[in-house]
Ligand binder design. Structure first.
Ligand SMILES: [Zn+2]
Length: 375
């Protein structure tokens, strides 16, 4: 049999390798578009898409679901934003927990779990982040997407060198143009990120939302962490809630800086009558000092480098060897949300989340106990 020349054999093997890589990366890329299932619970009365409030979002990856939990008893309303930054998963998981388990007894809850839907379809470059993580529930484990801080560049590109915030003229570095929490109040004819912000602002105006809470996480070395950031109109509500929250957790209230534009706690408070609040918990996977980010580390928060950094006094939170896990981070978010409801005493009436777990319940049982089992 004729022998295949060496250079043809090498070229063929290389071609096969390239084809295999293209197929592998293509499948990998496509898998980031897959959304984890959310199982609406007994409190969900209807669903809408954000494009109803910004029609140019329809058919784009910026369009996202709004879950409505109407108690049927007139009262105040609360909008909860999860997934403004999809690399800060406790906000997203807390929002899903509300959709799946909350049954309010007065007022209305609106929940947008994937506020920046596009940012769930990519990871931040050079971070080596996993694409998903799992949480154990009573009926088995469920997977959830770990995304990026910013809109997928496939959906919005290129970034300008300098990002000029439309309504204030504030300038920021170019990459911030894809950061939803620098895009408020948004523009109907702006970038995809500005359209998402515009849709959310219009939703608040249309429904006259009483309280809006944007759920985030921050690096454990960041100054604003384990904190509530409040627009001046929401400061009374935040400080009233703090009285009760301090009994179960270390937490502080910070005033929304008046000259930092594009953020929910600034622009939603300025452009609408909602009481705008933002929450931050400590997320090691997002910080600059962590080791390898694994799916387990996202959930447990265990990271020896953060423990060491804490011993050197480099952090703004206590960082135990047991980590700051997803259950604790979600317990903080959920307990604060429920406390805001209890503390609200304004003209819109009562908002009552109904029978909800306490901070210690969530810590003891784990956040998986407050998520639906996979179906
Ligand atoms: Zn954030």
């Amino acid at each position: 049999m004729k022998k295949i020349p060496r250079h043809i054999l090498t070229a063929s093997l290389l071609t096969l390798f390239v084809i295999a890589m293209v197929v592998y990366l293509g499948l990998n890329f496509r898998s980031m578009k897959e959304e984890e299932p959310i199982y609406p619970g007994p409190g969900v009365t209807s669903r809408e898409m954000l494009s109803k409030y910004c029609p140019s979002l329809e058919g784009t990856s910026g369009d996202t679901e709004i879950y409505i939990l109407d108690s049927g008893v007139p009262g105040a309303s609360m909008l909860v934003l999860g997934g403004t930054h999809p690399n800060e998963p406790s906000g997203f998981i807390s929002a899903i927990s509300l959709i799946e388990t909350l049954k309010p007894s007065a007022g209305v809850f609106y929940v947008i779990p994937r506020a920046n839907n596009s940012a769930f379809t990519c990871n931040d470059p050079q971070e080596g982040s996993p694409q998903r993580f799992t949480i154990e529930t009573a009926g088995g484990s469920r997977w959830f997407r770990f995304g990026s801080r910013a809109t997928n560049p496939i959906d919005q590109w290129p970034d300008s060198e300098v990002y000029v915030h439309a309504s204030s003229g504030q300038t920021l570095s170019g990459s911030e143009i894809r950061n939803l929490n620098r895009a408020y109040p948004g523009r109907e004819d702006g970038t995809l990120t500005e359209k998402v912000a515009y849709g959310i602002t219009q939703f608040i105006l249309k429904h006259d939302v009483t309280i809006t809470v944007d759920l985030h996480e921050a690096s454990p070395e960041y100054t604003t962490v384990n904190a509530i950031v409040a627009h001046e109109n929401a400061m009374d509500l935040a400080t009233l809630s703090l009285w009760e929250l301090e009994d179960v957790m270390k937490i502080s209230v910070e005033a929304s800086p008046k000259k930092l534009h594009g953020l929910t706690h600034r622009e939603l408070g300025d452009f609408t009558s909602t009481l705008a609040l933002l929450m931050e918990t400590a997320n090691a996977s997002q910080g600059r000092l962590h080791g390898t980010v694994t799916p387990e580390m996202i959930v447990t928060g265990q990271d020896k480098f953060y423990v060491r950094a804490g011993r050197y006094g480099a952090l703004t939170v206590d960082y135990p060897e047991s980590g700051i896990g997803m259950s604790e981070r979600c317990a903080r978010h959920l307990t604060a949300l429920f406390e805001f409801c209890r503390a609200y005493d304004g003209p819109a009436g009562t908002i009552d989340p109904g029978d909800v777990p306490g901070y210690k319940d969530i810590l003891t049982n784990g956040i998986g106990a407050y998520l639906a089992s996979p179906k």
